[in-house]
Design a protein around this ligand. Structure first.
Ligand code: S3P
Length: 427
């Protein structure tokens, strides 16, 4: 176990180099592996979770040649792996690949995960996959064994909004000609849909959702992935709360279903600028700059949460420094992430002298310009809790340390280097 401590820092300034988006990287690898021919990916994430997807694909006999941030994937037919697929901490690896394999007749695999992933719910995708005809054993959590089968269609309502569930059904649906329709009253991130189109698949927009069209074969090609807005959240929130700071990130993914945090930060008064917006491989990317400015509290209604679901720990820290009561509603899903994130946020803030509480599924944070800090935080092995509490420690009166800092590599291996490069005091 490695611990890491953050101490009060002067302004942080400069360009933060952020690796490719984690969600898009998983999808590029899996779709590349399902397409016939070679796919070239630029800007692949360097994080441990994406490493899990690469290792899993290799176990299915897919050739993946990685060279720094570039990667070549030779797709085609998959074979049954010799041993169980360890997905580590990565829910996206487990859920998307369960969906992909469900429709591959003749392929059989068992998926396992670490302690955290082994507690996370799988029924939410296994039940609808079974309705399509999938052969998957077990009850809810991993390990689960899937035997590829001929699948039928489904008409599914994606509530609560989950991009992983939606993606698992879409990947399974590529193996059949039957109707696949997914309604989403509140939309979840749509990277799978965007990338399926890049791979030549027909995707239809319907009244309240999407459907797979007739063309479901994947055409290999070349993709470029923008920087990860969920990793960028930590240096950018640090810039928002540290007086005199000015931090920017080039080529960040600005998909509207991922930028909820940035919209709220702007509403709270952070100096936020976006420049050079363009479309890259179907996704909007642009350069983002955050300058410090005093923050006001926010009120986020539940329907806005899916667009910032992974950024709630970072947003909670911004709220701790905004004078007054902030309310973020509809956070039940946070209880099912890498840890019970809702509980971990409240425990972490409370330990640092911030008044924070949960009423029903709503988080209330009573922020002040000055926060005490001075705590050792038990992160429950959750990478985003670790980075959020270190962000708080950079601006609090007393240092904040976190345990299991090694878990930060799950999503952002460059975190310490990037933050120190901007002037943050982390040891
Ligand atoms: C992800 C979707 C979200 C998110 C997770 C990554 C994805 O989870 O929290 O970190 O890549 O599709 P849900 O699908 O469970 O909402």
């Amino acid at each position: 176990m490695t611990s890491l401590e953050a101490r009060r820092t002067g302004p942080i300034r400069g360009a933060a180099a952020i690796s490719g988006d984690k969600s898009c990287s998983h999808r590029a690898l899996i779709l590349g592996a399902m397409a016939d021919g070679e796919t070239l990916v630029h800007g692949l994430s360097d994080c441990a979770d994406v490493g899990m997807t690469i290792a899993a694909l290799e176990a299915f006999g897919v050739l993946v040649a990685r060279d720094g941030e570039s990667c070549r994937i030779k797709g085609g037919s998959w074979i049954s792996p010799n041993s169980p697929i360890d997905c580590g901490n990565s829910g996206t690896t487990a859920r998307l690949m369960l969906g992909a394999v469900a429709g591959m007749t003749g392929v059989e695999a068992t998926f396992t995960g670490d302690e955290s992933l082994s507690r996370r719910p799988m029924r939410r995708l296994v039940d609808p996959l079974r309705r399509m005809g999938a052969d998957i054993d077990g009850e809810d959590t991993l390990p689960r064994t899937v035997k590829g089968a001929r699948l039928g269609g489904i008409d599914f309502r994606n509530v609560p909004a989950s991009a992983q569930v939606k993606s698992a059904l879409l990947l399974a649906g590529l193996s059949t000609a039957a109707p696949i329709r997914i309604a989403e009253p509140v939309p979840s991130r749509d990277h799978t849909e965007i990338m399926l189109r890049e791979f030549g698949v027909d995707l239809l927009l319907e009244d309240e959702g999407i459907a797979l069209g007739q063309k479901r074969g994947l055409r290999s090609g070349e993709l470029t992935i923008g920087a990860d807005p969920s990793s960028a959240a930590f240096p950018l929130v640090a810039a928002a709360i540290l007086p005199g700071s000015d931090v920017w990130i080039e080529g960040m993914n600005l998909n509207a279903l991922r930028t909820g945090l940035y919209e709220v930060l702007e509403e709270m008064g952070a100096g936020l600028g976006v420049d050079n917006e363009r479309i890259v491989s179907g996704e909007i990317v642009g350069d983002v700059r955050v300058r410090h400015s005093p923050l006001s509290p926010c009120h986020v209604p539940a329907h806005r949460v899916p667009a910032m679901i992974d950024e709630i720990p970072a947003l909670a820290v911004a709220c701790a420094f905004a004078n007054g009561e902030s309310i973020i509603e509809g956070l039940d899903e946070l209880r099912h992430k890498e840890s019970d994130r809702l509980g971990a946020i409240v425990a972490g803030l409370t330990a640092c002298g911030v008044v924070a509480l949960v009423r029903e599924d709503n988080l209330h944070i009573f922020g002040r310009e000055s926060v005490r800090g001075g705590a050792n935080i038990a992160t429950e092995g959750d990478h985003r809790i670790a980075m959020a509490m270190l962000t708080l420690g950079l601006a609090s009166e007393q240092p904040v340390s976190v345990d299991h800092a090694e878990m930060i590599a799950t999503s952002f291996p460059g975190y310490e280097t990037v933050m120190r490069g901007l002037g943050a005091d982390l040891t």
